[in-house]
Design a protein around this ligand. Structure first.
Ligand SMILES: [Zn+2]
Length: 148
């Protein structure tokens, strides 16, 4: 906890700022890869070789921003207070496996949704939210999902 702002700043873990910067488009727009040979979709973005058919012919692909909840869990592990997961009750954090409409599976935080409202099959859509505060105090933004 910062003595100046009251915000939680994690000094224990070191976040790789440059890597986070390079991968920002993937987090902001769900940018992954599509194999031109076999059509398999990858998220996050894959560099080099398709893991399914070993083709090196990959192209950028923006995953669908909507999907439905396949599985979820509610944890007591609060995220950074300012990311909003404290809004519903006791700092519970909802983490969900979402199947996007193009078939890509993704583990994500579910925001703006009370833990007792979550259910399998619920429609959700992507939003851009704060992820975590890096050790250099920059905010790292990325995808989360909210009920559609
Ligand atoms: Zn392939």
């Amino acid at each position: 906890m910062s003595e100046f702002s009251g915000e939680w700043i994690d000094h224990v873990m070191i976040y790789h700022t440059f890597r986070a910067y390079r991968e920002r488009i993937g987090r902001y727009r769900l940018a992954g890869s599509k194999c031109k040979s076999c059509g398999y979709l990858w998220f996050p973005k894959r560099h080099g070789v398709c893991g399914k058919c070993n083709s090196q012919d990959l192209e950028d692909y923006e995953c669908k921003h909507e999907g439905s909840v396949v599985e979820y869990t509610v944890t007591d592990n609060p995220f950074t207070p300012l990311t909003g997961s404290h809004l519903y009750g006791t700092g519970k954090r909802v983490i969900a496996m979402v199947r996007l409409d193009d078939g890509v599976y993704i583990w994500t935080d579910l925001e703006e949704c009370a833990p007792d409202r979550v259910q399998v099959g619920m429609r959700v859509q992507m939003v851009l939210r704060k992820w975590i505060r890096e050790s250099n105090t920059n905010w790292q933004y990325g995808y989360k999902f909210v009920p559609a």
